[in-house]
Design a protein around this ligand. Structure first.
Ligand code: GTP
Ligand code: MG
Length: 149
C-alpha cells in the first residue's frame, strides 16, 4: 500500500499537538509504519528541503526545523499521500480549511505545525532519507473493517 512521510515540526511538538495529529491519522484508517522523536542536524534539514534551497525563506525554514525536536513518521494506506495532505491543509494556514490540522492549529506559514510528502515519489525519497533502517512490519486486525480488499 501507499506510504507517506509525515513530520510534526518543532512548533507542533512544543504546542502539545503530537497526540491530536497522530490520532487524526490513526482514526482515519492509516497504519503507523515508523516513528522517531529526534533533533535534526542542520545539514539533514537542508537535505530534506533541498528542492526549496533557492527560495528566499530557505535559511529561515531550516532554522525553524532545527529549533527543537520533531516527530518523524511513516503512515501507510490507500491514497495516503494526497489524503494526508488534505488532512494537513493548505501550506498557508490562512488558506487552510477549518477541520484540517493547519486550519485548526496554525496562523503563520513559517509555523505551520506539520509536513507531509507532496507526491508518492517524493514520499519514497523522504522515507529512505529519514528511515534508512526500514519500517515496522504489521497489519491491523481491523483491516477488513476499513478496507474492502
Ligand atoms: P511541507 O509539508 O513542510 O513541505 O509544506 P508544503 O508542502 O505545504 O509547502 P512547501 O513544500 O512549498 O514549503 C515547505 C515549507 O516551507 C512550508 O511548510 C513552510 O513551513 C515553509 N514556507 C513555505 N513558504 C514560505 C514562505 O513564504 N515564508 C516562510 N517563512 N516559510 C515558507
Ligand atoms: Mg512540501
Amino acid at each position: 500500500m501507499e506510504q507517506t512521510f509525515i513530520m510534526i515540526k518543532p512548533d507542533g511538538v512544543q504546542r502539545g499537538l503530537i497526540g491530536d495529529i497522530i490520532s487524526r491519522f490513526e482514526k482515519k484508517g492509516y497504519y503507523l509504519k515508523g516513528m522517531k522523536f529526534m533533533n535534526v542536524e542542520k545539514s539533514f534539514a537542508q537535505q530534506h528541503y533541498a528542492d526549496l534551497s533557492a527560495q528566499p525563506f530557505f535559511a529561515k525554514l531550516v532554522d525553524y526545523i532545527i529549533s527543537g525536536p520533531v516527530v518523524a513518521m511513516v503512515w501507510e494506506g490507500k491514497d495516503v499521500v494526497l489524503t494526508g495532505r488534505r488532512i494537513i491543509g493548505a501550506t498557508r494556514p490562512w488558506e487552510a480549511a477549518p477541520g484540517t490540522i493547519r486550519g485548526d492549529h496554525a496562523v503563520e506559514v513559517s509555523r505551520n505545525v506539520i509536513h507531509g510528502s507532496d507526491s508518492v515519489e517524493n514520499g519514497k525519497k523522504e522515507i529512505a532519507l529519514w528511515f534508512p533502517g526500514g519500517l515496522a512490519e504489521w497489519k491491523s486486525n481491523l483491516h477488513p473493517w476499513i478496507y474492502e480488499n
